[in-house]
Design a protein around this ligand. Structure first.
Ligand code: ATP
Length: 252
């Protein structure tokens, strides 16, 4: 059974001239798969993610999540952007329970889950902090805990660590791997960083630019759980070289 099905998907933005952002995209993502969408700026990675999120509608083709056509955003699909969109006047705890509270879910249930998710992302001791009192990496962790508390089983992440320094970025990548290991959500992770895609994903879709197409689907053979030591392995370097050659070959 597939969790996300994309068949012959096209997206053209209207305008003079119209912009063909995605051209005949096919993806088939089983539940619990960690997928990276890798490609140069402008190849349509964010467009594809926004379509799966339900923020935009396709021009043509099939787009289904859990066998249902996507028409609008929904709580089963949580989105994480480069900057966590937290309410600055609410504490970490209030931000995390805001969604389920608004949905009218049973309090005991979501409070238990919020506690669990804050522990998983290592923020249990920061429940009463305001976003301004947190580092960028910590704010992203709140964003992740928030969608997990809402019960999202599909995480749509658009360069979530792109604004972080190298050290924090690595810590966040390790954290995301441990979250995935524990909860096995389906993750679609947009990045233009080859190392990040290899370290995190089981499957990498390499996209080519304008109009955006899937150029190749690559399986990452590294065993899990992964550690930072894997990034120094021969298998990792060989895979990186293959992808670099692939991208260079296409983009001249
Ligand atoms: N709302 C919009 N209206 C018109 N054109 C758009 C819109 N959103 C994106 N585009 C265009 O569609 C193409 C794909 O953009 P998109 O943001 O999906 O690429 P990307 O691969 O995510 O790039 P980046 O890595 O720079 O974020 C680009 O040419 C962009 O200018």
């Amino acid at each position: 059974m597939s969790n996300i099905t994309v068949q012959d998907l096209c997206k053209t933005y209207p305008g003079q001239p119209p912009v063909k952002a995605l051209d005949h995209i096919d993806l088939d993502v089983p539940p619990g798969e960690f997928v990276a969408l890798l490609g140069p700026s402008g190849c349509g990675k964010s467009t594809l993610l926004n379509l799966i999120a339900g923020f935009e509608l396709p021009s043509s083709g099939v787009l289904q999540v859990n066998q249902q056509a996507v028409h609008a955003p929904g709580p089963e699909r949580g989105v994480v952007f480069q900057e966590a969109a937290l309410f600055p006047w609410l504490t970490v705890w209030e931000n995390v329970i805001f969604g389920p509270q608004m949905q009218g879910l049973p309090k005991a249930e979501y409070e238990e889950r919020a506690n669990e998710m804050l522990s998983i992302v290592g923020l249990h001791d920061f429940k009463n902090h305001l976003p301004v009192q947190l580092s960028g990496g910590m704010r992203q962790r709140v964003g992740i805990a928030r969608i997990l508390t809402l019960g999202s089983r599909v995480l749509l992440m658009d360069e979530p660590f792109g604004a972080l320094d190298a050290q924090t970025r690595l810590t966040m990548q390790e954290l995301l791997l441990s979250v995935w290991q524990k909860l096995k959500p389906t993750i679609i992770f947009v990045t233009h960083d080859i190392d990040e895609a290899i370290f995190l994903a089981s499957t990498i879709y390499v996209m080519s630019a304008r109009p955006g197409r899937i150029q190749s689907k690559i399986n990452v053979p590294l065993a899990r759980p992964r550690t930072v030591a894997d990034t120094a392995s021969e298998a990792f370097s060989a895979m990186k070289l293959d992808i670099l050659n692939l991208i260079r070959h296409t983009h001249g």
